[in-house]
Design a protein around this ligand. Structure first.
Ligand code: EPU
Length: 333
């Protein structure tokens, strides 16, 4: 079913809670509807959104905004050890994780409570506490808006890397379904940060539900709830610098955390921003979260200009102090 609106308020469709209007808005409940929606007659441009948890509307959108309300889930393959679950793009990501944990399908617990929808998990390659969506994804089904046909990509064809995929760049593909492989045997990944210390002593009797609760507890303690305080999670990506640059910084900042990755060393942008003194500070109605400097928040009534000005000031300060360029993870629309 297709539902069309004109001059539509996008505030409930972005977790920053920014006021912006779309000239047209279409919500659809079945991926097959896309063949009726495309090609678009007389539409200047279009944008497909998910939960709106990774974007910033910088002005009214003078085209068509599309959203899927398809939320179905089905098991498409199963053996003694694993289960392949195909979920529709419009299903809330955490609803999916919760359902998996409830049915004893494990692997997604570390990704609990990440805002957004199933479709975006595959576009954005969401990640937390040592697990990324691409670790679970088997297949991504899309609608190719240029050729007006459905096209399926195996995980190896999706171009996954840190918070990146081909779907972020090849915008003609709309993700319609994602198939994840979950495990029936619980092999918890407690490698990240304080997860193992929080669960210390429980290793032998740890359950997927307890791991999910621990992750939810960490997130609730560190990250603002978008229902209460508008935000889009990490505003910036963690930058990767060369080994030389890392050694040079380490000699000045011996306590700087860092992670070795392919192509260099990843630095936590939150740490860099924190050391610039931004944690808990604000500019206009936009602020830096007091418990995690990577998260910019709408203090109430912020405009996109407020957020962009704060982001640009932080970027400039980090570049000045550390000589490191940080880039937004959030998409400016
Ligand atoms: N740190 C500070 N000050 C801060 C924030 C962080 O000193 O204000 C330090 C921490 O002490 C720690 C390091 O920086 O040593 C890393 O911090 P944290 O463990 O909070 O992780 P992160 O690198 O800041 C990333 C993801 C998060 C994800 C966490 C946990 C990115 C851009 N962000 O944050 O993802 O939840 O790891 O895996 O990769 C999101 O994408 O929206 C998001 C919240």
């Amino acid at each position: 079913m297709i539902t069309e609106h004109r001059d539509f308020q996008l505030r409930p469709y972005n977790t920053f809670g920014i006021e912006a209007r779309a000239a047209e808005f279409i919500d659809y409940t079945d991926a097959r509807d896309l063949s009726d929606i495309f090609p678009l007659a007389g539409v200047a441009r279009w944008l497909h959104i998910g939960g709106g948890s990774n974007l910033l509307f910088t002005r009214d959108y003078d085209g068509l905004v599309l959203h899927s309300s398809a939320t179905g889930v089905e098991v498409v393959a199963e053996d003694d050890e694993t289960v392949d679950v195909r979920a529709c793009a419009g299903l809330g990501w955490d609803d999916f994780v919760s359902m998996c944990v409830g049915r004893g399908w494990t692997g997604a617990e570390n990704l609990s409570l990440i805002p957004g929808e199933v479709g975006a998990s595959a576009v954005q390659n969401i990640g937390a506490y040592g697990v990324e969506a691409c670790d679970l994804i088997r297949r991504v089904e899309t609608f190719d808006t240029e050729n007006r046909c459905h096209r399926t990509f195996g995980v190896g064809e999706c171009g996954y890397s840190y918070r990146d995929s081909r779907f972020k760049h090849e915008r003609q593909y709309i993700v319609t379904h994602v198939t994840y492989r979950l495990s029936k045997q619980f092999k918890p990944d407690l490698s990240y940060g304080n997860l193992s210390s929080i669960l210390a002593g429980q290793e032998d009797r740890l359950t997927p539900a307890a791991l999910r609760e621990a992750v939810i507890g960490i997130r609730r303690a560190k990250l603002p709830d978008p229902e209460v305080t508008g935000n889009a999670g990490s505003f910036f990506m963690n930058p990767v610098v060369s080994e030389d640059k890392y050694r040079q910084l380490l000699s000045v900042y011996p306590s700087m955390p860092a992670y070795k990755v392919a192509g260099g060393v990843k630095l936590p942008a939150g740490w860099l921003i924190d050391r610039c003194g931004w944690k808990g500070r604000s500019l206009g109605r936009a602020g830096v979260h007091p418990k995690q400097a990577l998260v910019l928040v709408n203090l109430g009534g912020a405009t996109a200009e407020d957020i962009m000005r704060l982001a640009a000031t932080i970027e400039a300060d980090v570049a000045d102090k550390f000589g490191v360029a940080i880039k937004p993870e959030v998409n400016y629309i």
